[in-house]
Design a protein around this ligand. Structure first.
Ligand code: HEM
Length: 252
């Protein structure tokens, strides 16, 4: 495997990938633990289909609708790519909620994974903003009026409302500047921010380890601090982390 060894010797990349993919996970890990990776897959599908759509889409009020029609009716497999991107957006959001529900119901947001929950909340907010900005792009009646409603809802926020509404519109009316602004946010700013946060999210998953389901043997022994048959106290968290004790209590 000369090329692989060559790369490994100079970059350590192969070792890094092995460290990332060949991690130990709790014995009782189940299908619910795949929801995070499913969300990641949905995001990657959105990124790939989005790049293809951007090759044909024209973000101006005069051309946007026609360019989408052209993608759907004329471009080879355009209907498929557009359909995947449109339906995939809902799949992405729904999977995010399912993944969050899994994390919540398993109590996986608790120490030491609170920071990863916070990163997740940011991902959820940015993911939904991604959906909102994308919805305007076809520039048809539904997308136009949905955006009017969305911007007006933001406009009712206390103190900052009018400022946020005018920032989103790029002026006092929804028009050319709004479409250009939404397009830029949708295909540059948000995907970049989401990709960066996903990298941080996965770094924390690898650093802290995946939590065991709360009903599992490993979780029970971890909580009680009892050893298994091999004499090891199971821990899914990184060694060296301090468990918080009750307030005023003596730390174990
Ligand atoms: C773009 C969206 C997201 C992606 C791609 C993503 C991806 C992942 C992956 C691959 C894992 C490890 C496997 C698993 O537990 O499923 C994970 C774990 C985790 N995620 Fe997410 N996630 C996203 C959104 C969220 C959201 C919205 C939250 C909560 C608000 C969240 C909180 C967590 C937490 C706390 C863990 C650690 C779970 C554990 O150790 O058992 N994530 N995420």
């Amino acid at each position: 495997m000369y090329p692989v060894d060559w790369l490994e010797e100079r970059s350590g990349l192969i070792g890094g990938i092995r460290y990332f993919l060949l991690r130990k996970v709790p014995a009782e890990t189940n299908w619910f633990h795949t929801l995070g990776s499913a969300t990641l897959t949905a995001f990657l599908v959105q990124a790939i289909t989005g790049v293809i759509l951007a090759m044909y889409y024209k973000p101006s009020p005069d051309e946007a609708y026609e360019s989408i029609r052209h993608i759907t009716d004329d471009v080879t497999l355009g209907w498929l790519v557009r359909g995947m991107h449109r339906w995939g957006a809902s799949v992405f959001i729904i999977l995010m909620f399912f993944h969050m529900a899994r994390v919540f119901l398993f109590g996986a947001y608790k120490y030491p994974r609170e920071l990863n929950w916070i990163v997740g909340v940011l991902l959820l907010a940015l993911g939904m903003f991604e959906g909102f900005t994308g919805y305007l792009l076809p520039w048809d009646q539904t997308s136009y009026w949905a955006t009017v409603v969305g911007i007006n809802i933001n406009g009712t926020a206390p103190f900052l409302g009018p400022f946020i509404a005018s920032l989103l519109r790029g002026g006092s009316e929804i028009g050319t500047d709004t479409l250009a602004r939404f397009y830029s946010i949708h295909m540059l700013i948000l995907p970049g921010a989401i990709a960066g946060l996903i990298a941080l999210h996965l770094y924390l998953v690898v650093r802290l380890g995946v939590s065991a389901p709360p009903w599992s043997d490993a979780a029970a022994r971890e909580a009680a601090g009892t050893a298994d048959a091999d004499g090891e106290v199971p821990t899914t968290a990184r060694p060296g982390l301090t468990r918080p004790g009750p307030r005023g209590g003596i730390a174990r």
